[in-house]
Design a protein. Sequence first.
Length: 1015
Amino acid sequence: MSQQNSADSLYDRALALQKQDNWEAATTEYLNIIALQPNYAPAYFQLGNAKLVKQQWQEAIAFYRQALNCEQRYSQAWYNLGVALENIPEVDRAIAAYEQAVTYNPNYAIAYNSLGSLLAKQEKLEAAQICYQKALAIQPDSIAALGNLARIQFSCDRYAEAAANYQKVLQLDANNINAMAALVKVNQVICHWENLAAISEQMWEIGASLIAQDILTDFSIFDFTLFSPFAGDRHLAIARYFAKFVSSKVNKNYFPPHQPPAIPPQRLRIGYIAGDFHNHALTHLMGELFALHDRSRFEIFAYSLGPDDGSYERQKIKTDCDKFTDLRDLATPTATEQIYNDKIHILIDMAGYTVYANPEILAMRPAPIQISYLTYANTMGADFIDYFITDNIVTPPRLAQFFSEKFICLPDSYQINNYRRICPAEDAKIKQKNPKAKYGLPEGAFVFGCFNHSRKIEPVIFGVWMRILEQVPNSVLWLLESNSAATENLKNEAKLRGIEGERLIFAPRLLQEEHLIRHIWIDLFLDTLYCNAHTTGSDALWMGIPFITCPGETFAARVGASLLTAVNLPQLIVNSLAQYEQLAVQLANNSAQLQEFKDYLHSHRRQLPLFDTVKNVKHLELGYQMVWKQFKSGKAPAAIEVPATNNVRNLTEVNGSKMAVNLVPETASEIVGDRDLPTWLAQQQITVACTTYQTSRLMFIGAHPEANRISGFWRIFDRAMGLFCTPSRIYLSSKYQLWQLENVLAAGQLHQGCDRLYVPRIARTTGDIDIHDVAVDSSGQVIFISTLLNCIATLSDYHSCKPLWKPGFISQYVNEDRCHLNGLAMVEGKPKYVTASSQSDVVDGWRDRRRNGGIIIDIESNDIAVTGLSMPHSPRWYQDKLWVLNSGRGELGYVDLESGKFRAIAFCPGYVRGLAFWQNWAIVGLSKPRGGDKTFSGLELDELLVQKDAEPRCGIMVIDINTGAVVHWLRFEGVVTELYDVQIIPEVQRPMALGFQTEEIAQLITLEFSPFTDN
C-alpha cells in the first residue's frame, strides 16, 4: 500500500474516532499520519479542530497555519483559523482569514456570515451587509445570516426590512426566541402596536419552555424584559436562565476564591465597568461621580467595554478616574485578568445585559464583591452579582423577592446626578434667545412633553395622553423624534383616537446642552408606564419641569416615583391612570398651581436630595464600606440600609496647629511634558498655576520630589479664570465670586508631600460680571477686569464691585460686553495697559472685528496705544517691555511703544492666553481652537496652523524671550482643552488646594494661637 493510501486509511479511522468524541485516540492517529506523510494538510486541520473544541486557541492557530503551509487554498482551514483568531481576539487577522476562506471558496456561506459579523463589530455596516447578502444568496434559509442582516437594517433605521427578515427567521424556526424578541423590539421602536401584546406573550411562552427544558441559548434579555409588561417573577425567571447561560460559557474557577484580607487596605479599590463610557445618558448622569470620590479612602478604576467616540464625556471619565482601561478588544479571560491583577475590592457593573456588556467577565469573578448599578434597571439573576444599588421607593421591600441580588438601599434616590449641568438662571433671557417658534411649538399653546424614547410609549399610556389632549383643547404633546416610522405611526394612532396628528410635535435629537435648554417650553412632563423616564425624568426636574408618574411593580416602572420623592414632590405620584389623567388636566387648567411647582424646583434645585451630588456620592461610598465590612467579617452578602451621612471631624496635632487628616490627595490630570520639564521646574523652584473655565479647574503643575516627573493637581472652582499668585496667597476669580486662598502650612511643613496647602478663606460675591485678569496694586488693593461691565474695578463691601476706570469710547457703565476688555498689565504697582478685542460701544460689537480689531489702551492717557491685533490677551510689563499675546494668530510678542507696532517673537500652535515670566523665559498658555464656536471661528490662527502644518494643542510652552525658541512644553490630553490664565508661584514646588466637592473642606480645621492662648 502506498504512503498516500496508508495516510488516507488512517485519516478515515481517525475521523471515525473523532465522530465518537474520542479526540485523544483521533489525535494519536492524526500524529501518526503526519509522521508518515508530513505534508498531509487534513491531519493538521483536524489537530487544529481538536484544540479548537478545547478553546486552546493558540495551539489551534498553529495547526491551522501548518495545514495552510501544506495547502494554501484550504478554505476550511482559513475559516477555522478565523474562528480561533476571533476568540483571541485578533479581529483584523480574523477578518483576513475569513476573506481568504471566501476567496478560495466563493460559495462559503458561513464564512461570509462570520466575516460580516466582525465587520459589523467594527461599525463597517455597509460592508457587513454585503457579506450577509452574499451568504443568503448562497444559503437563503440561513437563520444566522437573516438575523444578522436584520440587526444591521435595524441599526440603520430600516425597520420594515428588519421586521421582514425577522419574520423569515420565525417562518424557518417558530420558536426562535432571538427573532421573536427582536421583532417585538422593532415594533416597539416604531410604535407599531398591532398584535404586540400577543407577540410578547408568545415570546414569554417560548422563554418559559426553554427554562422548563433547561435548554441554554443566547438571546437579548434586555429586549425581552425591560420594555414589556411582565411581572417581577417572570423577570427573575428569565434573568436566572440567562445568567446560567452566561456562566456556562466561562470557567468560574479561573481564579482562586477571594478571601478577606488579613491586613485591611488603606484605600478600597473600586472598579466601574461599563459599555457606555462615551456620549451617553449614563455619562450625562454620572458626570461628576469619579471626580467626587474621596481619594483618601478610595482608588477609582474604570473599565470600558464600548466604543471610544472621542467625546468630552469619554475624556472626562478618563481624566477623573485613577486608572482607565479599555477592554473592548481584549478576549474575556484577558480582560478579566486585567481587573483581577488590579486587585479590585468592589467591582461596580454599569452594563448588565445591555448592548456592549460582557457579563462573562463578571461570571469569572475578578473581584470579591460585585454590584449592579444604574444602567441595567432589573435583576441580573446571577450568582456572580452580590448586590443591587437601589432605594426604598424604586424597590420597596415587597419587590426584593424578584431580585437575586441583595439590596444596597440609599437614603434618597438610587440615581446619581450631575449637579454641574447647564442651569437656566434667567428663563426670560433664554426664552428670548430660544423662542417657541424655533422648536415648531405654537404660541399660546399648553405644552405637554415626554422626551422618552419611542420604545417606552405603548398603547395604554398613549390612550391616556390622547384623552388629556382632548380635555385641554389648546394643548400639544411634544415628543422626542426617535425615527420617522414612529412619528407617522403615532400621528395615525392619534387620529384613530380623535386627535389631529398636528397636535403631536416631534423634537429632533440635539446635543445635551441644547436639549436641556429646550425644556423651558415644556409646561408639564408626562411619564411613560412600563419603563419610566430615567435620565429624561431627571433632566426635566433639573430644568424646573414637574412631571406626573404612575408607578408599577417593577424597578423600571418605579423610577419616576423615586425621582419625585427625592425632590419632595410626592403629590405628583398617582395610584391609577384615572388619577394620572385627572391630575394632568387639573394642572393644565390651573396655571398658578403648576407655576408653584416650577418655582419650587427652580429655587430649591441645588438643595434637593436628588441633585445633592456630593452627598449622594458619600452615600455610595458608605454603602461600599458597609458591604466591604460584611465581606471582611466572612459573612455572606446581606441587605444593606445606608444611613444619611453626618460630617465627622477627626483632629490631630500637626506642628502646633490642629488639622484634619482626611484630605483628598493629589489627583493628576492627563498631562504630558518634555522629559526635561520636571528638572527645570525643580531647578527653578517654581510651580506653574493655571485656570480653565470650561472645566472649572484651578491647576498646579510642579515637579514630583521622588522622580523626574511632573506633579499635577487640580481642584474645582466654577468657571475659574483670573489668577494672582504669591507663595502665601492666591486670588482667583470664578463665576460669581472672587476667592482669597491662604496657605496654612508653616515654613518647612509638608502635608501629604505638598509644600503649600491653599485653603479658600474669603469669598467676595460679585455676581457674574465676567472677571478676567486679576491683580493687586502697590497698596494691596485687589483690582480686576470686568469684561461684562467693560471696566477695571475693585471689590466693594456692599455692592458687586466698585468701577475704577473704563475706556474713553465706552459711553456708560452697563452690563453689556461691548469691547471684550480682558487683560491687565501693571507697571510699578499701578494698572497701566489693558487689552480689548475691538473699539466698540455696542453690545457684542467686538465680535465682527475679532480678526484684526484688537487694541491695547494706555490707562493713564486713555489713548489707544496699539491697533490691528487679533483678540489680544494677557498684557504683561516685563524687563521694560510691554509683552502681549496676539491670541487670534497664536503669537507671543512685545510692543514697540514708539511706533505702536507689535513684534512677534514666537508662534504657538493654539489660541494663546495666559502669560507669565520667569528670568529669561515666558510661560505661555495654549488652548485648542473650538471649531464652529462663534468666538473662535474665522481667526487667522486656523490658516496659520494649516500653513505651518501644526497640530493645535492645549498646554503650556516655555519660550526663551531672547531667541523665541521653545525650550520646554507641556500638553493636556483629555477633558482639558482650554486655559485662561497662567501664573508662576516662586519658591513653591508641589502645592495643593482645597475645593468644595468633597468633605475635605468641612474636615480641615486650623487654629491660630496668640501668645496668651492656653494650649
